[in-house]
Ligand binder design. Sequence first.
Ligand SMILES: C[S@@+](CC[C@H](N)C(=O)[O-])C[C@H]1O[C@@H](n2cnc3c(N)ncnc32)[C@H](O)[C@@H]1O
Length: 266
Amino acid sequence: MSDTGPDVVVAGYDAVYSAWPHSATLRRIWREDAVDAEYPEAFAHISFLTTIEMRRLAAALRLTRHTTFVDLACGTGGPGLWVARETGAWLIGIDVSPVAIGHATARAAGLGLSESTRFALGTFAATGLESTSLDAAMSVDSLQHAPDKRAALTEAARVLRPGGRLAFTVFEFDRERAAGLPVVGAAPLDDYRPLLESVGFAVAAYEETPGWRERMTATYEAVLAAREVLTAEMGAVAAAALLTEVSLTLQRQFYRRRVFAAVIKD
Ligand SMILES: C[S@@+](CC[C@H](N)C(=O)[O-])C[C@H]1O[C@@H](n2cnc3c(N)ncnc32)[C@H](O)[C@@H]1O
């Protein structure tokens, strides 16, 4: 395993991101079940971030015009671009999926944000960014994929200036249920706070997000119910990647909680 995690993670996300524009059904399921009715479609994502959570995340970063922040595991860039537009801050988005980086770059252009944003390949553990170069960092529903959580959070602390803010949503694992599973069983953390403090962050907020399990279950059940049309729209490889993750998550229930965290670099 490299620090990008098993290649299967990158291949799976590349396939799903490639298929996303071709699957009206997947986009409809996400719009109807994963997020709230107010969530702006132009900033769509493949996570479970609600409009309220996105606003809270933006507020926690304390960004102002021409400060700089990174969206770690940005995917196709939706939430990070929303924060950049709202605050006037400069955005760097990092992800392991080349397809995601391509979509995020195109989306920024479509939104007129190319001048103030840049998207690049990288991992949680190796962002390629300079030390103490950033005012803030965010991450949405992704850190649970990092194969080495200590390396990931050490890297986040390294790139932030002292007093810099990190805000993120993440899934905590039920260690017993995740044990032995591919990818998620590699380093299942059930509480990120001790690790955050040990790498140099003071924890300002850390709490379970309301309604996450209901939204995740509704979304994943809708995906399973639409199995055939999704396979037709997305193609067999992308649909299999999505359906495997969704089935395993529902069967094994290895997510203990989904939490929102806001921390400050010492
Ligand atoms: C659930 S998606 C969320 C993406 C995005 N934050 C959003 O809200 O749409 C998880 C993302 O984590 C990325 N990822 C997985 N492992 C990673 C790693 N080790 N380093 C950086 N990104 C990673 C995937 O490519 C994917 O884009």
